[in-house]
Every structure is written in C-alpha cells, then in structure tokens.
Design a protein around this ligand. Structure first.
Ligand code: UDP
Length: 466
C-alpha cells in the first residue's frame, strides 16, 4: 500500500527531548519498515528550536503538526513540570480531537500512540474509533511503579519516602522510598495527583510500547508481559546521528588523540544542572582522580548570571568562571570542557570513551548500553534516582556515589568512584556486564531480533483492522 491507503499512525509527544527523540525513531521504523504514514503531534507551549530541528529532519516522510497554545498562567509559579505538561494536555483535548478527526478524513488512521503523559488522548481516540496505545520512554521499573500507583495510593498511608522497607514491585529491584520517582515524593503536591491519574489510565490503553529490552530487566519483563495491557518492547531505540550535525566536533577530534577506553564522559542530560558548590566538588574530584575526562559543563543552577546568552557574553575570557580557580589550567592536559551540549551518541561510541558519569536519564542510559560504556550514577530528578538503583543493583552496570550529610557529593568520593570505574575491580565487572547487555541490545535490533518482532506484532494488529 501507499499514499492515502497506507495505514496511518498518529504519535502524540508531550514536551521533552527525552519523549520526542524515541518517538521520532519509532516513527522512522513505521515508515521505513512498514510503509506506514505517520503524523507526530506536539504542543506549541513547549516548542523549541531543537524540537523544530528534529521534526523538520523527519520531513517529508513523517508529517508533524503542533497543537495551538493554551493558557496555563493560572498555575502557581512553583507548579512542577509534570503538572504543567498534564494541564496543557487536558486543555488541548478539544484541538486534539479536531485534529485527529481531520486526519481521519484524509488518512486510514489505525492507531494513536501517546507518550507517558498523553493519557488524555486515550479517551479521545476511543471516541473517534481509533485504538489508543501508550509509548513508554523509560524502563520497566518506572512503568511498574506508575501502573501500581493506584494500588499503592490506596494501601500506603504515609509518604513513600517514610516507608520502613524498600518498595518491592513484582520482578523489580527493591527501591528505598526516598529514591522513588521524584513527582510522587510529596503526596499533597498536585503533581502526585497527576501521576496517579495517568497511572489509572494506563490500563485503558490497548497496548504499551516500551523503549527497553528484556535482558535489561528480565524479571520485570516477564511479570509485565503476563499482565494487561499487552507490552511490546521495541527498544532500545536511540537517537540516530543526524548527518552533518556534528560540525562542532572538536571534542571528537580530542578523543581521537586519547588512549582507548581512557576517558570519562561527564554529562547531565538536556536539562540537568548542579549548584556552584557541587560543581566545585565535581571538578576537584575529577582532578584528584587523575583520569582523563570530557565534561559538558553547564552554568550552575544557583548562578546569578546563568542566562541563556551567558557564554556569548563571557566566553572570550573565561568561559567557566564558576569553576574553582586554576582548575581549567591544571587539568588542561587530561580534560576537555565543553559548554552546554555534546554530540553524545558519537562521544559514547568513540573508542577512547571508557566511562560515563551520567544523570541516568533513560535515553542516556540506553545510549551508554548500546555503546557498551559503564556508568557512574549521579541522578538528579524525575525517575533518575530509581534508575540509578536499578542500574547499580539490578543490571549491575553502574557504580553509585554517596552524598555527605549536607547533600553534596564530596571531591574525595568523586575521585574514589571515578578511579574505581576506570581502573578498579568494580569498574571491570560493570564493564563486563554492560558489554553483555550491549550484545543483547544489538541482537534485539537485528532482523529476527526481539525488538523488531515486537514492532511487527503490534503493527500487524494495526494492519488487521483494515
Ligand atoms: N544529549 C546530547 N548532548 C548533550 C546532552 C544530551 O546529545 O550534551 C542528548 C542525549 O544523547 C539524549 C538526550 O539528549 O538522547 C537526553 O535524554 P535523557 O533521557 O538521557 O535525559 P533528559 O535530558 O530527558 O533528562
């Protein structure tokens, strides 16, 4: 089939590079492998240059449309990001319905697939006779937690952080209360109610498409596959390197000159920042470790002048004035600092890269596994703390850092764990484990592998509706 008769899938991406990137990869598979046509719907409120660039790189095989802005200035200034996303999604229901029904008039729409916060779309799709699916961009531990949240809400009286025992979800690594998903840590906050509401709706989906693979969390996969709704593990889908997008690849040329497996890559995702005090401990810890490093440095979260054009106004003299005095000079031989953004997939895939100090965002984690690079876990927000527990204690591909009483990770601890990862016994076994997982991941993505089989299975369900 082709043209207007080809099955058409509508993908709905709530804000966040971490949601859109894997959905875009999923869209490419639907088009390239199955001849589907696809529309990706996003929200104006959170449009960004990076998002526009990604969407236009997909055209013309993947169409995109943006839902018009809705007001949310009535929310309190401290409203959490997940609350804002959820409120915007609710307020966009009328336009979503209109767009979906308009698409139905021109295409053979066989499914609507929304990401983890797009649960409003489930009822909209059903009303219009379109089967609703969920795309879950994180791991099975987090999926289990959200699916179980309604039950936990009914059975647990205290704050989850005060649970006397770690939470044991079926098939999952036990997670101490304080390490659970950040938005459920305060049950009186609006954001908790939103996550709970999403959890209640997950079961209304026809199926859940997960961006992970069975060998990563084998027990959780077994449990979830026996439950409802059906689970399709199509991962690990990660950002493909956009051709020609790496003109600023000074760091790759620098890596070319470093010994194999000798460099620690340090990055906290698309939005992670540290305080000035914590940046200093990290810097001095890297220096004390004596290891080579490539560090994507962002202005501190508490910096007075951490504005978007910070680097353009100051970079000529000292691009990193918030780092300890003399640090840049002293580490010039072993370290490279890059402001703001690195071509992460290429860096992780470079032979010189031997470790990744990461905030444990799920996309970064999958990219590290696909490159066979072991991790030092430095979680910041969202589900990153529980990811860190899973990576260290479940998959055993990560080492963890211990914070001191004051909440800061001290330089000595940074140095100790960095040395351990790059040269020690624990590092060696994490590296061994991650290369086993890397192999399993790459096998999944080959012809006949589990990811493509899961993709074909869900696609066949969609096709059989014709
Ligand atoms: N990323 C990148 N360069 C950077 C920082 C991030 O290419 O300097 C990419 C990274 O490769 C990943 C995504 O941005 O694909 C971050 O997603 P993740 O889920 O790890 O974390 P989030 O940014 O959502 O916290």
């Amino acid at each position: 089939d082709s043209g207007a008769d080809a099955p058409h899938v509508v993908l709905l991406a709530t804000p966040g590079a971490g949601h859109l990137i894997p959905l875009a990869e999923f869209a490419k598979l639907l088009v390239d492998r199955h001849g589907f046509s696809v529309t990706i719907i996003t929200y104006t409120v959170f449009a960004s240059k990076a998002q526009d660039a990604l969407l236009s790189s997909l055209a013309p095989s993947v169409a995109s449309l943006v839902l018009p802005a809705v007001p949310f200035d009535d929310l309190p200034p401290d409203a959490r990001i997940e609350t804002i996303i959820s409120v915007v999604a609710v307020r966009s229901v009328p336009t979503l319905r209109a767009e979906l029904s308009r698409l139905q008039a021109s295409f053979n729409v066989v499914a609507l697939v929304g990401d983890l916060f797009a649960t409003e779309a489930i009822a909209v799709a059903r009303d219009l006779g379109v089967p609703p699916y969920l795309f879950f961009p994180s791991n099975l531990l987090t999926l289990s937690l959200i699916l179980h949240l309604p039950e936990l809400d009914a059975s647990v009286a205290c704050e989850y952080r005060d649970l006397p025992e770690p939470l044991r979800l079926p098939g999952c690594v036990p997670i101490p209360g304080p390490e659970l998903l950040h938005p459920i840590q305060d049950r009186s906050n609006e954001v908790y109610k939103w996550i709970l509401r999403h959890g209640r709706r997950y079961r209304d989906a026809e199926g859940i498409i997960g961006n992970t693979f069975e060998a990563f969390e084998p027990d959780a996969a077994k449990v979830l596959k026996q439950g409802q709704p059906p689970l399709y593990l199509v991962g690990p889908l990660t950002q493909s390197r956009p051709a020609g997008a790496e003109e600023d690849a000074e760091c790759l040329r620098w890596l070319d000159k470093q010994p194999v497996g000798s460099v620690l890559f340090v990055s906290f995702g698309s939005g992670g920042t540290l305080t000035t005090a914590q940046l200093a401990e990290l810097a001095l810890g890297l220096e004390m470790s004596g290891q080579r490093f490539l560090w994507v440095v962002r202005s501190p979260s508490d910096g007075g002048n951490a504005s978007a054009n910070y680097f353009t106004t100051q970079s000529k003299t000292d691009p990193f004035p918030f780092l300890p005095a003399g640090f840049v000079e002293r580490t010039r031989e072993v370290g490279l600092l890059i402001p703001s953004w690195a071509p992460q997939v290429s860096v992780l895939g470079h032979a010189a890269t031997g470790g990744f100090l990461s905030h444990c965002g799920w996309n970064s984690t999958l990219e590290s596994v696909k490159a066979g690079v072991p991790i030092i876990a430095w979680p910041l927000f969202a589900e990153q703390r529980q990811n860190a527990v899973m990576l260290a204690e479940g998959a055993k591909i990560a080492l963890r850092l211990r914070a001191a009483e004051d909440g800061l990770v001290p330089r000595e601890e940074v140095a100790r764990v960095v040395k351990e990862l790059m040269e020690g016994q624990e590092g060696k076994s994490a590296r061994q484990r991650v290369s086993e997982l890397q192999e399993a991941a790459l096998r999944c993505l080959e012809e006949g592998g589990a990811a493509l089989e899961a993709l074909d299975e869900v696609v066949n369900r969609w096709k059989s509706r014709n």
